[in-house]
Unconditional design. Structure first.
Length: 155
């Protein structure tokens, strides 16, 4: 293989990788891969997930998420006495120097009042509101759901 095709292949690979990069930054807060999962017809709620890192020396707190749904809330999935349930959270602490994962089966964002299914490839604009860092606009990419734990149809 000559050098030119190898360079083109490498550049294409880099472009493909960066085109899927899905990270956001505001101050010391970085948000990686905000996403939601597809939902089935008739399902009235979905979840949103992401990784939030605080690289600073001061703690912060995610206090609100806004998106174009009737209700958007922070929740935590817990199991008490063998029964799974959702607890509403007033905020999510992001300690200094730490990473918090919003994931199925744990802390997550609930998107409630869906009037149509979330479909793969859809991009959902959202705003994350941090107590100290301020407001950060992100895009939730709707992806294929992998497991039942990622399905919020039971809400």
């Amino acid at each position: 293989m000559s050098l030119k095709p190898m360079v083109l292949a490498a550049l294409f690979g880099l472009a493909a990788t960066t085109s899927f990069a899905h990270d956001y930054q505001i101050g010391d807060i970085s948000v990686a891969h905000p996403k939601s999962f597809e939902t089935a017809p008739g399902v009235k709620s979905g979840g949103a997930y992401m990784t939030i890192t605080n690289t600073g020396d001061t703690p912060d707190r995610l206090i609100e998420v806004r998106a174009d749904f009737p209700r958007v809330m922070l929740h935590n999935s817990v199991t008490e006495d063998g029964v799974a349930k959702m607890l509403h959270l007033e905020g999510v602490d992001i300690p200094a120097g730490e990473t918090i994962e919003l994931a199925p089966g744990g802390i997550h964002v609930m998107l409630m009042g869906l009037t149509a299914p979330l479909t793969v490839g859809t991009e959902i604009p959202a705003t994350l509101v941090f107590e100290n860092a301020g407001e950060l606009d992100v895009t939730l990419n709707v992806e294929t759901r992998g497991t039942d734990a990622e399905n919020h149809s039971g809400h």
